[in-house]
Design a protein around this ligand. Structure first.
Ligand code: ASP
Length: 438
């Protein structure tokens, strides 16, 4: 019998997890049961993915660069990647601003709803932590992101998944210097990283075998931890506008892929779907990165020279879904709480700060909210109303985080394909024997 494709297996795991979560909400002990006995399997899976992220980025980037015939190719790939990333981010923010201004989701929110949401969430500790993180971020100088990119201790950088940009910097530096010394001197190190890279990719395959069970645990947990449905209902229009904007972004990626790379958009979505489903289940593009890399290289056919640079960089600096969300959430909040601030120049400020915030933000759950505080402060939103602003969107943040992370990952894969095509590095898929999608 033909084995069910991986994305179907994951999808079944997700649906079963959602149904199980709903079933458990019917029992007084259900939430605890999920937290104690089901969620841990999801957490183990996320930990496993995070465990291999640094070795994978390091090995694959060093291999990718040291395989280059000359450094000028790297400059070309680097320059194009950054320009395309900024372009897709601007497009995402523009789509966000257009839909939020057309549909005005803020107009449906009554003062009673604001009151209810404020009472429910404004004192929430997560909200105060998010505001605090944003304040710390703001206190840094304008060039701090460049300084932060250069580690003073490479080993320390590798011990912290949040320092992916530092790991990327170290790997690029090492890889370039491997090209500059005599080939026989670089050979032993190159062989070491080539071998590490193959082995870590095999670890991804093994971890992915457990994905259908892990997403069951992750989604059952999301359901039992979610809020009162009547609150979610009040925010339905806002959530609908965000979803519509994210959907437009997917259409944009499909058009870009089929026009520029001449590959079918459906084929692209099918190949990348396991990474999308994991992004949705984990809300973290960083945790999804190993799977995104494996899918883009082996199932789409992007050469490692491109994917090893474009994807880890994208997971950190390119967050189209999050940027689109910033635009919608900030204008929505202003429509409800501060309509007098809604003028054109403030919307332009949103574009610029959302770009900068998405570059500096970490690819982990909930980052979008921290960035939102930065964006709101930049337009002069009264800081005493910030807790109310976040309370307004808090209830639907988790489901929207799941969706925007899916778009973030799809955007990175799209750009990897486009850059690869532009430098003649988009080949045929090279699925290995005994792979996860056979
Ligand atoms: N969770 C998102 C990511 O990892 C970031 C965010 O929008 O909160 O890409």
């Amino acid at each position: 019998m033909k084995k069910l494709a991986l994305h179907w297996q994951i999808m079944i795991g997700m649906i079963a997890g959602i149904l199980f979560g709903f079933l458990m909400t019917q029992f007084s002990w259900g939430k605890e049961l999920v937290m104690d006995w089901v969620k841990p399997f999801g957490s183990i899976f996320v930990n496993l993915l995070k465990l291999i992220a640094v070795p994978l980025v390091l090995a694959s980037l060093i291999k990718g660069i040291s395989d280059l015939k000359d450094i000028s190719k790297f400059k070309l790939i680097g320059g194009r990647t950054i320009i395309i990333y900024i372009t897709t981010t601007v497009i995402a923010i523009t789509i966000g601003l257009v839909v939020v201004n057309i549909f005005k989701p803020g107009s449906g929110i009554t003062p009673e709803t604001v009151e209810k949401l404020t009472q429910e969430y404004a004192g929430n500790s997560t909200i105060s932590t998010r505001i605090q993180t944003a304040v710390e971020h703001k206190d840094k100088g304008p060039l701090s992101f460049l300084v932060d990119m250069v580690p003073s201790n490479g080993i320390k950088a590798m011990s912290d998944n949040r320092q992916m940009l530092q790991v990327i910097f170290f790997a690029i530096f090492l890889g370039i210097c491997m090209l500059l010394v005599k080939p026989e001197q670089a050979k032993p190190l190159k062989n070491f990283f080539d071998s590490l890279n193959e082995i870590v990719l095999k670890m991804v395959d093994l971890i992915m075998l457990t994905a259908p069970y892990a997403v069951f645990g992750l989604l059952a947990n999301v359901i039992v931890s979610s809020d009162d449905p009547s609150i979610l209902l009040a925010l339905l229009k806002y959530a609908g506008v965000v979803m519509f904007g994210l959907f437009l972004m997917i259409i944009f990626y499909c058009i870009a892929v089929s026009l520029y790379t001449k590959k079918s958009a459906f084929w692209f979505l099918k190949q990348i779907s396991p990474a999308q489903l994991l992004a949705f289940s984990t809300s973290s593009s960083a945790a999804t990165l190993p799977v995104t890399m494996e899918r883009v290289e082996e199932h789409i056919g992007v050469d490692k020279e491109v994917s090893s640079f474009v994807l880890p960089l994208g997971a950190t600096i390119n967050m189209d879904g999050t940027s689109l969300y910033q635009a919608i959430a900030s204008v929505f909040i202003m429509q409800v709480l501060w309509p007098e601030g809604l003028f054109f120049s403030n919307q332009l400020t949103i574009v610029f700060t959302a770009i900068l915030a998405s570059i500096g933000a970490a690819a982990v759950p909930g980052t979008g909210m921290v960035m939102l505080v930065i964006v709101l402060e930049a337009v002069g939103f009264p800081s005493d109303k910030l807790p109310i602003a976040l309370a307004l969107i808090f209830a639907v943040d988790r489901p929207l985080d799941m969706l925007r992370t899916t778009i973030n990952v799809t955007g990175d894969a799209t750009v990897a394909m486009i850059v690869a095509k532009s430098v003649g590095k988009l080949g045929d898929p090279k699925v290995k024997n005994w792979d996860d999608n056979q």
